[in-house]
Design a binder for this molecule. Structure first.
Ligand SMILES: Nc1ncnc2c1ncn2[C@@H]1O[C@H](COP(=O)(O)OP(=O)(O)OP(=O)(O)O)[C@@H](O)[C@H]1O
Length: 453
């Protein structure tokens, strides 16, 4: 399907029996379908080029072609129900063998027609969904955006603001900070949440494959294209398309993407027809697109289109207080599968917080999994289990906070307090002493934080 998801399914009825063709067509129109008809194969062919029906009802014997012989190529592009003369069971069997989804004996009973059409159309939309789910085989646990730091709270707030709009979103941040998760959260926060979410990594696909992956291709568009394939824009119809590593996209593809963003139109590779997209784009990169524009490596017009709304995902070193939460989360995700439960020793968590995390959350996740393995039967993960990780020189505990806006005093207090509380080896008395306030005042701050949070 290429138009908006609310369009009526289109059916092409191909039969040279004018009366029967008219009867079936008007019956299907009344049932809410878009119907076109043809009485010859040549006529059907020209309609097929223009129409892209969701279903074809095809007579087995046409004046200018044998319907049965046309079946194998036709079923590559859409489901077909074969119309056969009454009693020709042999023909019906042949039709099914050649890929027809069903057959109907003439004269066609309207109730039987309704049922067969409904079944064929829902089966084909289910197949589209199945393809989508196969691409998206990620567990729900993997999609949770963990983190209570002020930086993450701000990010969540921005996701909540931009999610429900249809605005294109650009997600910026270092490698491994969680940009893909943020993209999924934008989709979840949108009215498109129950529609498809499709992701494509612009860095890993070869150029020509990439184009057909994104826009789809027609049969015969290139060697090996032995059937028409829908691109991600089409599969994501009504939903969200996530373009990861957008900075790696070639110039010619950038131009094509810009066209989709500006006009909503695109073409399949080898296609001559403009299709209309109804997909919301979310893109991400760890590269400095603005600098790339300056060097002529990225189209400036595309950059402005994409950056209608920018979400910055902060690096882990700017939200150290999220480290224990993430470490618990990854351990829980792992242990969930094992039905066992390990704990972190406070010293091990502190060691995790003492590291600069150049690889961000992805690196943390790998280290958690490794430590969990190394700890063997032990219920507790200790510093010794962190292994190699320990040998890297820790930069020393730093208390640098960065804000992407001039912070209020309350925000600074909140950020610092959250950070100290996350250092689990410190007692409340020690924290009060560090802050130079009484314990009572510290509890007041903590309670106010709970109320606000
Ligand atoms: N806030 C978070 N909560 C839970 N898991 C996270 C979080 N951030 C990142 N992760 C996990 O860390 C890993 C890396 O995240 P992700 O792939 O989203 O990063 P990225 O910024 O898209 O990386 P890259 O720039 O390399 O594409 C993933 O396994 C992801 O599930």
């Amino acid at each position: 399907m290429t138009q908006s998801s609310s369009r009526k399914p289109a059916i092409l009825v191909v039969d040279d029996d004018a009366t029967l063709n008219q009867l079936m067509s008007s019956h299907l129109r009344r049932a809410g379908y878009e119907v076109e008809n043809a009485s010859r194969w040549s006529e059907a062919q020209s309609l097929l080029g223009r129409l892209e029906p969701d279903l074809v009802l095809l007579d087995a014997k046409l004046p200018d072609a044998d319907g049965l012989a046309m079946l194998p190529s036709l079923v590559e592009t859409c489901p077909v129900i074969m119309l056969t003369a009454f009693g020709s069971i042999d023909l019906a069997v042949q039709a099914i063998k050649r890929g027809a989804v069903d057959f109907l004996a003439k004269p066609v009973n309207p109730d039987v027609l309704d049922l067969a059409v409904k079944r064929a159309i829902s089966a084909s939309s289910m197949r589209r969904r199945y393809d989508y789910y196969r691409r998206q085989a990620t567990s729900a646990l993997d999609k949770t955006l963990v983190g209570l730091s002020p930086a993450m709270a701000r990010l969540r707030k921005m996701i909540g603001i931009v999610g429900p709009s249809d605005t294109t979103v650009l997600i910026l941040g270092e490698s491994g900070v969680g940009k893909e998760l943020v993209a999924a959260a934008v989709h979840q926060a949108s009215a498109r949440a129950d529609q498809n979410y499709v992701a494509i990594d612009c860095a890993t696909l070869q150029q020509n494959l990439f184009e057909s992956e994104l826009f789809g291709h027609e049969r015969g568009a290139f060697t090996g294209a032995d059937r028409r394939k829908e691109g991600l824009i089409e599969v994501g119809e009504g939903g969200t398309a996530f373009l990861d590593e957008i900075g790696e996209m070639s110039g010619s593809l950038q131009a094509k993407l810009l066209r989709v963003l500006e006009t909503g139109h695109y073409r399949r590779l080898g296609g001559t027809k403009d299709l209309v997209s109804n997909v919301r784009f979310v893109a991400a990169t760890n590269r400095d697109l603005r600098a790339m524009c300056g060097k002529g490596e990225f189209r400036e017009d595309l950059y402005y289109r994409l950056s209608a709304f920018v979400l910055h995902v902060p690096p882990l070193r700017e939200r150290l207080e999220d480290i224990p939460l993430l470490a618990e989360h990854f351990l829980a995700a792992r242990d969930f599968a094992r039905h066992a439960r390990k704990r972190w020793s406070p010293a091990a968590l502190e060691a995790l917080m003492d590291y600069a995390w150049p690889g961000n959350v992805r690196e943390l996740r790998n280290i958690v999994e490794r430590a969990a393995l190394v700890s063997g039967e032990s219920d507790e993960i200790r510093v010794a289990h962190l292994g190699d990780f320990q040998r890297r020189p820790p930069p020393g505990r730093q208390y640098a906070f960065s804000f992407d806006h001039p912070p209020t005093l309350d925000e600074i207090t909140e950020t610092y307090l959250a950070r100290l509380l996350a250092e689990r080896s410190r007692s409340r008395a020690e924290i009060a002493q560090t802050l130079g306030i009484s314990e009572r005042n510290l509890y007041r701050l903590i309670n106010a934080r709970r109320r606000d949070g």
